[in-house]
Design a protein around this ligand. Structure first.
Ligand code: KIV
Ligand code: NA
Length: 265
């Protein structure tokens, strides 16, 4: 199999092939997504929400991200795997950021890290890139800053915030990022940024002009049923299907139908 690299992703942008990205947090789903032809798996700090049940991404630790990422790595053979640096492991200074990125690379076998922010984290991005670790940026609605924003609504609708985002995207590219996630910003702004950058943009709620798209697996598969933002296309209703299947199992056990003659030794 031909493994996806940062060069593959850059090439995809240059020939106009859109990049497909999905989150995964464990071995079994990573294997399924790799098999299904996904280009990039993101071990997102959204694990804090969908795996651990926290309200925000803030509580998840570096050790917990490393556990998820190392599980994902054992399931893939073609995908490029990016791991989120969790809140509090890179913001203080670039030395700490590099140390966190190195732990992820050494202890998981992942291919790249992602961190949130622009100018604020530029020194850290440069230092991690200088160590030979590919870095992905993340701008717009950055969930680790949710208490600063106070709301999960669309970002950069105002000109000042849009200008900062344009500038941050350029700075991240210049600092050596191989790509940047644009989360929940107007499609027109995402189009402009995607056209102005050489590196690929990956959108989530950022419209059709991004160079790729990313979704959280639980949202795409309908495991999360409460979360239905406009940007989400839900491809399955796994929640309903699993409830139905498990109800049938409960019924069969209670009815002494399972196991039957053929299902025992
Ligand atoms: O953690 C995550 O799932 C993410 C994506 C939504 C981009 O960062
Ligand atoms: Na994230």
């Amino acid at each position: 199999v031909k493994k996806i690299t940062t060069h593959t992703l850059q090439k995809m942008k240059s020939v106009g092939e859109k990049i497909s990205m999905i989150t995964a947090y464990d071995f079994s789903f990573a294997r399924i997504f790799d098999e299904a032809g996904i280009d990039v798996i993101l071990v997102g700090d959204s694990a804090s929400n969908v795996m651990a049940g926290h309200e925000t991404t803030l509580p998840i630790t570096l050790d917990q991200m490393i556990y998820h990422a190392s599980s994902v790595i054992r399931g893939i053979n073609r995908c490029f795997v990016v791991v989120d640096l969790p809140f509090g492991t890179y913001q203080a200074n670039s030395k700490e950021a590099l140390a966190s990125a190195i732990r992820i690379m050494k202890e998981t076998g992942a291919h790249a890290v992602k961190l949130e922010g622009g100018e604020e984290v530029l020194e850290s991005v440069k230092r991690i890139v200088a160590a030979g670790i590919p870095v992905m940026g993340h701008l717009g609605l950055t969930p680790q800053s949710i208490y600063k924003f106070g709301t999960y609504t669309v970002r950069a609708r105002e000109e000042a915030e849009a200008n900062k985002l344009r500038n941050d995207a350029k700075l991240l590219e210049e600092a050596g990022c191989f790509g940047v996630v644009l989360e929940k910003i107007p499609a027109a702004l995402a189009k402009e940024v995607s056209e102005s950058l050489v590196i690929p943009t990956i959108g989530i709620g950022a419209g059709m002009h991004c160079d790729g798209q990313v979704l959280v697996m639980h949202d795409l598969l309908g495991i999360n049923t409460e979360f239905k933002p406009r940007f989400l296309r839900q491809y399955l209703n796994l929640y309903e299907q699993i409830v139905g299947a498990v109800k049938n199992y409960v019924h069969d056990v209670k009815a002494k139908d399972f196991p039957n003659d053929k299902e025992q030794y």
